[in-house]
Structure formats: C-alpha cells, structure tokens
Design a protein around this ligand. Structure first.
Ligand SMILES: *[C@@H]1O[C@H](CO)[C@@H](O)[C@H](O)[C@H]1NC(C)=O
Ligand SMILES: *[C@@H]1O[C@H](CO)[C@@H](O)[C@H](O)[C@H]1NC(C)=O
Length: 292
C-alpha cells in the first residue's frame, strides 16, 4: 500500500523519503505520544487520554511543553484557546525552534490583554540566529472564546503562518538576495505560558493581575504532516503524510484566493510590520523587504 519516492532539491544531497500510507498516520493529536511536558512542576497537564493539553501560570511559575520529534519541513496545525478574561501581562508562545547559536525559529506569540481588549498575535522568523522580523496582528475573533487553528507551513520555498486556514504572513525563501532561510536545521515544537508583564501589554504599562491566577491556555487537535528528523544522520528525514491529505504541502504556495485573504488580513488586522519601519532601519530596510 505504501508508495515511496524521493525528492532531491538544491545543491545539497538531502534525501526526503515520503511515506504515503494509510496505515501510517501523521501525528494526529495525542499529546502523550507527541509531546513532553518540560517545565512548570505540574502546571502543564495532559488530559482526556491525550486529546487535550493545558498550560497554566501563577505567581510562582509558568509552564511549557515540547514535541518529542524534530521536524525538517512540515505543515503543522494546532488548535489553541487562549487565557480568557484579564490576561494582561501573560504571553502564550507557540513556536518551532532549532538549537545552537545559529538557530532557526518560527514564532507565534499571543500577548494577553485586559478583558475586552484585543490580544496581539506577534510573529517572527529567525534564520541562522538572526530575527528582528516582527509582524503583529489583531485577530478577527475572540481567541479566548473557543479553539482556533494556528498553522505553520514550512517548506523549502516559503514559510506561511495561517489562522483558521487564512494566511496572515508569508516569509519567502530569498536566498537569492542573500537572506538566510531555515532549511537545514531540524526544529522542535515548543509552547509555554509565562509572565511577561514588563513588556507584553501596552508595552509593559499593564501588569499581570495575580488575583486572577491561575491563568490557563488549552491545546488540542495537533496535526503534523511533516518530515520527522531521524536524529542519527544529519541529512535524513522521513516525511509522513496521512491518507486524507498528501505531501502537497512540500511545494505549496499561495493561490490567488489565499493571496487575497492574506491581503485582507494585512490591510485590516496588521498593526506592526518591520518591513515598513523605516525609523528602525535608517540604513535601509532588510533585503527581504525590498520587493520590486
Ligand atoms: C490527516 O490530515 C488531515 C488534514 O491535515 C486531518 O484533518 C486529519 O485529522 C488527519 N488524520 C489522521 C488520521 O492523521
Ligand atoms: C491591548 O489593548 C490596548 C487598548 O485597546 C491596545 O492598544 C493594545 O494593542 C492591546 N494589546 C496588547 C497586547 O497590548
């Protein structure tokens, strides 16, 4: 039942073996199977036989978890329901990261707020230790009322951040302009809930109200169609895709409908874009920002 084929790309002889088999499920949502709680002394909990994970934060500590696997490219979806009510000062981070001083990283960070005031969704991309590529958004829904899907599509050509299937940000591979692109270092998924009231809400003006603690964020329906890095060899990954989807993500790009959705988000919900922050880059905008 399994069909195997391999893809070689770029100048590196990296072999990707795609295993497409109905018997090999992609990592569809069991937190016991896919993640380890890494800190928080009992504040992170896996519940409902592995279907649900909750992180909590109180004055003494936050909490966090990480994936057991390392991935080198993938389409990774997670549903999150953020800290409700007065979440000012709290930050829920959900990101991919490699190790070392030249690390790569793809970030979602959710900055809490007073009841009724909007969360900020903060995004960033690091390649070989260089970040400073922030884009921030408001959301078009209340992210604390229900679960919503936050996705990272990461393939050799692009990184696309999506919310409920709507792309909010694209970071293209612009190695041709001398911009490093994450493509050689496998990354793990990390998430944590912590106190950042020195900067998170209105730039640090609004502090965490500890009378509201513990603060809780919830996770469910993790799904990864991704290349799981084997660890042993530095250049080998096996990429699994489940039966109802395919490995299309490996070369996926934005079609015109998605491009329109992206423009809609950027026009109506984007509140910060490093690529337009000329004050911050008096010597000129970073090369990946110069589209013409
Ligand atoms: C397969 O992938 C699809 C789409 O990403 C997802 O909805 C579904 O839950 C996955 N199923 C399994 C068994 O992995
Ligand atoms: C919190 O609400 C204020 C007032 O609406 C807004 O300016 C700010 O961007 C919101 N988000 C954060 C994280 O401060």
């Amino acid at each position: 039942m399994a069909s195997l084929h391999s893809i070689t790309f770029s100048t590196k002889t990296v072999l990707y073996v795609f295993v497409l088999a109905s018997s090999i499920a992609a990592s569809a949502g069991n937190f016991y199977q896919d993640f380890d709680v890494t800190w928080g002394d009992g504040r992170a909990k896996i519940l409902n036989n592995g279907d649900l994970l909750t992180l909590s934060l109180d004055k003494a500590s936050g909490s966090g978890f990480q994936s057991k696997n390392e991935y080198l490219f993938g389409k990774i979806d997670m549903q999150l329901k953020l800290v409700p009510g007065n979440s000012a000062g709290t930050v829920t981070a959900y990101y991919l990261s490699s190790k070392g001083s030249n690390w790569d990283e793809i970030d979602f960070e959710f900055l809490g707020n007073l009841s009724g005031d909007p969360y900020i969704l903060h995004t960033n991309v690091f390649s070989q230790g260089k970040g400073s590529r922030e884009q921030q958004f408001y959301l078009w829904f209340d992210p604390t009322a229900d679960f919503h899907t936050y996705s990272i599509l990461w393939n050799p050509q692009r990184i696309i951040f999506s919310v409920d299937g709507t792309p909010i940000r694209e970071f293209k591979n612009m190695e041709s302009k001398g911009v490093a692109f994450p493509k050689e270092q496998p990354m793990r998924i990390y998430s944590s809930l912590w106190n950042a009231d020195d900067w998170a809400t209105r730039g640090g003006l609004v502090k965490t109200d500890w009378t509201q603690a513990p603060f809780t964020a919830s996770y469910r329906n993790f799904n990864a169609n991704a290349c799981v890095h084997s660890g042993s060899s530095s250049s080998s990954s096996s990429c699994t895709a489940n039966s109802s989807s395919s490995n299309a993500w490996f070369s996926q790009q934005l079609d015109s409908t998605s491009q329109d959705r992206l423009s809609w988000v950027q026009k109506n919900y984007m509140i910060y874009n490093y690529c337009t922050d000329t004050k911050r880059f008096p010597q000129g905008l970073p090369p990946e920002c110069q589209t013409s």
